[in-house]
Write a protein that binds this ligand. Structure first.
Ligand SMILES: [Zn+2]
Length: 275
C-alpha cells in the first residue's frame, strides 16, 4: 500500500532502523527504486523536490509510481523541500501521502507559523508533514553559515507545529561533499532525547556507512539520498552509450541506468535497515 510517512517512521523508530527516502527524477529512476523495493521487500519513501516537479509536472511522478507499484512492502510518496504552502497543497491534491515544508531559512517564529499552517492543512487530508529546523549545507544554504539544530528549540518546534517528523541540521550537506564531513552524532542524541518526533537526516550521499549507522543509533528514522541515485543513473547511462555508439533506442540503453539505480537503492536499503 501507499501509506503516510508517519506510519513508516513510527515502525522505524520502534524497530531501530531508518526508512530510506530516495529522490527520483524520471521514469527510469522510479523503475529502479521500485525494483529495489520488490527485490528487498523493504519499505521506502519515494520523493521529489519542487525542481523535479517543475521539470516533469506536479502529478507526473505520483502517477508513474501508482501505475508501476506492484504492492508488497508499503511505500510513501513524499514532497521533499516544499518551499511554500501552495506546492504542498498541490502535491496533496495529486495524492502525495507526505509533504515537507522547509521553513528553515525563516526566523524561528515564522517557521513555526508556516509549518503549523501546512501541518493543519495536510493532517485534514490524512497526509503527514516533515518540518525543518537548523540548516543543512549545500544548495539550500543561503547565508553561508550552517547552524546546528538546538535540541530545546526542536522540542518546542515539534510541539507547536505538530509535525510528524523533523529534519535536523547536524553537519550534513546536499550534493557532493568536499572532504570528510563532520556529523554531530551527539547532537542527534540530544534532540532525540527531548522530542518523540522521528528525526530526519538530509544530505546522506557520500557519508560513510559507519557514520550513517551511528546516526541511526542516535535516533535518525528517515535518511534522504538524492545525489547517489543521480550519480548511479548517469553512470549507467554513460556506460551504455559508450558501449554502443550506434544505439539510438532509449529502450535499449536505459535498462543499464535503471539497473544502476536499482543496485544503488538496494545498497542504501540494506544500510538503512542494518542488514
Ligand atoms: Zn534535503
Amino acid at each position: 500500500m501507499i501509506v503516510t510517512g508517519k506510519q513508516l517512521l513510527a515502525k522505524a523508530k520502534e524497530g531501530g532502523y531508518a526508512v530510506p527516502a530516495l529522490n527520483v527524477d524520471n521514469l527510469e529512476s522510479v523503475l529502479g527504486v521500485l525494483r529495489a523495493v520488490e527485490e528487498t521487500g523493504k519499505s521506502v519513501i519515494i520523493q521529489t523536490i519542487p525542481r523535479t516537479l517543475a521539470y516533469g509536472g506536479t502529478g507526473t511522478y505520483i502517477a508513474m509510481i501508482r501505475a508501476l507499484y506492484k504492492g508488497g512492502a508499503d511505500i510513501c510518496v513524499h514532497l521533499d523541500h516544499g518551499g511554500d504552502e501552495e506546492i504542498c497543497k498541490k502535491c496533496i491534491q495529486k495524492g502525495y501521502t507526505s509533504v515537507m515544508i522547509d521553513g528553515s531559512a525563516l526566523p524561528y517564529e515564522e517557521n513555526v507559523k508556516l509549518t503549523s499552517r501546512v501541518a493543519a492543512n495536510a493532517h485534514n487530508s490524512g497526509v503527514s508533514v516533515e518540518g525543518e529546523l537548523g540548516t543543512i549545507g549545500g544548495k539550500e544554504e543561503t547565508s553561508g553559515k550552517v547552524s546546528y539544530t538546538d535540541p530545546y528549540e526542536a522540542r518546542d518546534f515539534a510541539q507547536s507545529t505538530k509535525v510528524d517528523s523533523l529534519a535536523v541540521g547536524v553537519g550534513t550537506a546536499h550534493g557532493v561533499y568536499k572532504g570528510t564531513p563532520h556529523i554531530a552524532v551527539e547532537r542527534i542524541e540530544e534532540i532525540a532525547s527531548l522530542t518523540p518526533v522521528p528525526l530526519v537526516l538530509h544530505g546522506a550521499s557520500g557519508l560513510s556507512d559507519e557514520v550513517v549507522r551511528a546516526c541511526i543509533r542516535a535516533g535518525i528514522c528517515k535518511i534522504n539520498f538524492a545525489t547517489q541515485l543521480r550519480q548511479a543513473f548517469t553512470a549507467g547511462l554513460r556506460r551504455a552509450l559508450a558501449e554502443d555508439e550506434k544505439v539510438f533506442d532509449p529502450k535499449a540503453y536505459m535498462p543499464q541506468a535503471i539497473e544502476e539505480v536499482k543496485n544503488a537503492a538496494i545498497g542504501i536499503i540494506k544500510l538503512c535497515y542494518g542488514e
